[in-house]
Design a binder for this molecule. Sequence first.
Ligand code: FDA
Length: 533
Amino acid sequence: MQTLQSLQEAKMAMAKSLAPVLIFTFFCSYASISSLASSDDFLQCLSANIPTQLVYTQSSPSFTSVLKSSIRNPKFFTPTTVRPLYIVTPTNASHVQAAVVCGRQNGLRIRVRSGGHDYEGLSYRSEHPEVFAVVDLSNLRAVRINQQTSTAWVDSGATLGELYYAIGQASKQLAFPAGLCPTVGVGGHFSGGGFGMLLRKYGVAIDNVVDAVLVDAKGRLLDKNAMGRDVFWALRGGGGESFGIVLSWQVKLVPVPPTVTAFSVPVSVDQGAVDTVTKWQEVAPALPADLFIRVTIQKQTANFQSLYLGTCDALLPVMASRFPELGVNRTHCKEMTWIQSVPYVYLGSGSTVEDILNRTTSSAVFSSGYKATSDYVRQPIARGAWQEIFTWLAQPDAGLMILDPYGAQISSVPESATPFPHRGGVLYNIQYMNFWSMAGGNGVAQTKWIRDFYAFMEPYVSSNPREAYFNYRDLDLGENVVVGNVSSYQAGMVWGEKYFKLNYQRLAMAKGQIDPDDYFRNEQSVPPLAPSK
Ligand code: FDA
């Protein structure tokens, strides 16, 4: 496997030598992408550039296990799922370049998969009949920390757990602000935003990205300067899959104190959950940046889960003065290092730091089908509405809600600084999820519940547009289906403005610069907009 170090060292050399060789070799003519893929020619083209054992066809004995290896939502692994014709598992940058060049030359689209956590499975399956190959980056997962500059280069195929672990090995007082789940892939997570328990102190993952290496639709290897300002802006929250294949990211690491404190306090409806959640909406987004308190509401209990960047002694007076209703006392406090808090918060108190290296951690999420969607709240929801919400959550097929408070750093960044626009004025993000056992059902009732509940929530959440978080992808919000005289740009606005607000237009223009032929395309990719003359 080529390490990130050698990748970085090779970066400029490749840009000067290898990429032009590939470009000259393959870009004499592009087959039309709408023509039928010439599968033999694609394989032949690959075989000149990629060891055959890194390419799987549907008849390869390991095709199914490789495809399944990072599928997180088993509802997209059924006999009717539209699967790739091929899976390519590159071990260095030139393999990725070759896959793009060969795909384009032979009219075969490519989807890219890093950690496979996409809520709609778009990294490895298509919603509609389509012929495509998957480039699976799980072999490209090196992490290289530079303690002197407090930066790191991380390959897209690394998981968040692998990134956090490497940081923890290097220093107990450095961290990175990204998601909670250690098996999430860096590639999809960063390119869609990426937030976790440090969001109030340090913002979204992409607020802390300083460079990236991209393979574009011409097979070129481009760093920040070579890809240009607009494309580098677009990769940081606009969804990488629209712009190419991001191989690696350079990030700024952030300081954390030697001791952080976690607590988890469940409050049932009988214990006053309706009042406590109502109060939380105003308290949590206004707390000091060092204090993050999220709420998971399931059935009739709201669980308040917190990470504080400091000791229990420092936390308790803040809680007593700002949120006494929660009744936090010393018995609730769990002090630890930041890296210890990663498994503690997501995997539970019995887990170890090494557990975050497990790329296939089993949990309910991975053995159950699920449906999810999201909202943003800008005005506190009234107590009476919360009473009704708890009634919805008591229904037999109900799912759960996760409320992540914003405010502080995440909200201080201007809406247009990155494609991720959910900033000033947002009180909190809501994630709705509903699960079902694949053995026992088809998810129809659970999916209906989430759709009905989403409709019920409309008066209480952001509007014009009703904002949604791109990393909680939901095809119910719209797809790239062009009907009549509507342009693909206009069609994309339906879902694009929910995810990106006014940044949707700039994203389409960046797409027009880097991939005007729309080679990198899926059901919710940004369509290209030609620059105005
Ligand atoms: P996957 O590989 O499926 O890719 C997702 C999308 O990005 C696809 O469209 C894919 O083509 C594209 N892509 C992937 N790699 C790319 C690359 N290298 N270049 C270009 N495009 C690329 N989110 C959050 O903000 N905070 C959180 O705490 C969590 N927690 C969480 C837990 C669990 C269990 C799940 C399933 C999901 C989350 N998420 C989350 C959502 C998560 O951030 C989102 O699904 C990411 O897109 C997943 O990235 P992966 O690389 O794993 O997905």
